[in-house]
Design a binder for this molecule. Structure first.
Ligand code: CO
Length: 138
């Protein structure tokens, strides 16, 4: 119950100022498969996924100024790497282990449904060597 297995890297997320332009650029530069844009009001973002062999690149833009990534974009107007997401076998056990270890979970401690329709939660970057880490129920 107290074990966390870091599974495969599900995606690496990049915040961009112009999602449609960024999606077109990744498609043109790499020829990779790029998903249709999706709005996630609960997370305040619009998102596309670029498919790589061993994971995805998640391109994110804020839905509006109240988006959690609006401040990031204000600090990084050209965009930049924002978080890394790992699959985990048991999200609740992983959360409990993190809390026991002294790490902070962002927002409520209850997972939200993420871009893949699966529960996710985020670990505070200050408790994770300066990088925002997302965990997704595999
Ligand atoms: Co993500």
């Amino acid at each position: 119950m107290n074990e966390m297995m870091l599974g495969r890297i599900n995606h690496i997320a990049i915040v961009v100022p112009d999602l449609d332009g960024a999606a077109a650029q990744w498609q043109a530069r790499t020829g990779a498969e790029v998903s249709a844009p999706q709005s996630l009001p609960e997370h305040g973002v619009r998102v596309v996924f670029v498919v790589a062999e061993n994971g995805k690149i998640e391109l994110l833009e804020p839905l509006d100024d109240s988006s959690p990534i609006a401040a990031f974009l204000a600090r990084n107007p050209d965009g930049g790497m924002h978080h890394i997401c790992f699959d985990v076998d048991d999200l609740y056990a992983s959360r409990d282990r993190l809390i026991d270890s002294g790490a902070r979970i962002l927002g409520s401690h209850e997972p939200k449904i993420g871009a893949h329709g699966k529960p996710v939660l985020f670990i505070h970057p200050k408790d994770m060597t300066g990088t925002l880490v997302e965990l997704q129920q595999a």
